[in-house]
Design a protein around this ligand. Sequence first.
Ligand SMILES: *Cc1c(COP(=O)(O)O)cnc(C)c1O
Length: 412
Amino acid sequence: MGFHDSPNGIACDAVPLARLAEAEGTPLHVYAAGIVRHRFRAFDAAFKTNPHAVHYALKANSTLGVLRLLHSLGSAVDANSGGEIDVALRAGFTPSQIIFTGVGKRAEELTKAVSLGLRAINAESAGELDRIDAIAAAHGRTAAVALRVNPDIDVMSHPHISTGTRRNKFGVALSEAPAICREAAARRGLRLVGIHVHIGSQIVKVDPLRRAAATAVELARMLTSQGIPIEHVDVGGGVGISYDGTAGLDLAEYAAALLGELKGSGLALVLEPGRFIVGPAGVLVSRVVDVKSYPDGRTFVVLDAGMTECLRPALYGARHRVSPVATHVGTPSAVDVVGPVCESSDSFGADHRLPPLKVDDLVAILDTGAYGASMASNYNRRPIAAEVLVEDGTWTLIRRRQTVEAMLAQEV
Ligand SMILES: *Cc1c(COP(=O)(O)O)cnc(C)c1O
C-alpha cells in the first residue's frame, strides 16, 4: 500500500509514478487513497475510549476527490471559510458534520453557517459572538457556538504556523474567556456547546498539545460546575508528521495524553487533524527542466514544480525530501533543487543528496499531501497542477490540469 520502490521506479499502489506522469503530465499531485484511509482510521481508533468526532481540517487539502474519500470513511470536517463550507456540502458532508473556524468571518459567511445549522461555529471574539447572536435572532434560530481560547502556549514550531500565543491573532485571552462564556450562555440566539483551542501546526511534541487540551478541559469543567454545561472540547489540529524520514509524533502517546486530561470529565472530544491525515499520502511528481553548475561547483537542478504547487518551503522554510523516481545508479552528490518561478525563495533547498540527474528525469517531492495543492497559485501565470488519486493499482484524475482559458475565465 502507498508509495514503494518497484522495478519501474517509485510506484503508488503498484502504479509507477512514471506512468502517471506520462498519462497526466507534470507537475502532478499523486495521492495514495490507502494511506489516507489507514491514517484516518488509526487516528479515529486512537480515541475510541472517549466519545469523539474527527473533523478533518479542510484547508490541508480540500480537493473534492480527497474529501469524498474522507466522507466515505466517516470523517467530519472543519471549514475555514464560506468556500470551504460549500465544498464540504458538495462532497456530501451534512451541516451537522461541519464546524466553522476562522479568525475573520464575514457577515455572509456567518449567515450561511447559522442558516445551515452547522455543528458549531468556533467564535474568535466577544464581538463575533454578538454578531452570531444577532444573525441567529434575525433568522429565528439558535446557533451552536464554541469559544476559541488562546492558551498562550508557545509550540516552538515555525513562527508562521504557531497560533496559540499572545502574539497571535487567534481566539480570546484565557483570562477573559469565563466572562465571555457566561455572556454567551445567556444569549437567546446562542447555544454554547464547546471550548476550542488550536495552538499551531506541525507540532512534533505532545506536551504543548496536552497543555492546550488541559486548559480547555479545565475551563469547560469550571463552566459546567457553574451551571453552564459544556458538551465538548475541541482540541484543534496541529499534530505534526515527519518530513525527514525519522519517526514523527507518536499517535498513541498523543491520544493517551489527551484522554488522560479528559478522564472523568464527561466531555466529548472534537479533533481537527489536517496534515496528519493527508500529508504523507501525497507526493508531487515533477520533471527536471534544467541542470546547471557554477564554476564554484554548486549544482542547481531546476524542476517544473515550484512554489506554485508547493508553497511550504518559500512560506515557512519547510524542507521536503526529494527522490528520483527512476532507480538510479551513480554516486549521489549535494545539489540545490529549485523551482522555475522568478523568486529566489522558490527553492526546495540546498544540499539534497541526489544521484546525477538530467533533463526530463522525474523526481518525487515527498509528503506534499497537506498544504500542497490547497495552497496553489497562478503566480507567473502557471496553471494549477493536475491531481490523481491512486487506489488498487488504478488511478482517477480528481483535478484536471488548468487550461489558460480557465485561468482567464474571470477576467474581462
Ligand atoms: C489549520 C487548522 C487545523 C489543522 O491543522 P493541522 O496542523 O493541519 O492538523 C485545525 N484546526 C484549525 C482551527 C486550523 O486552523
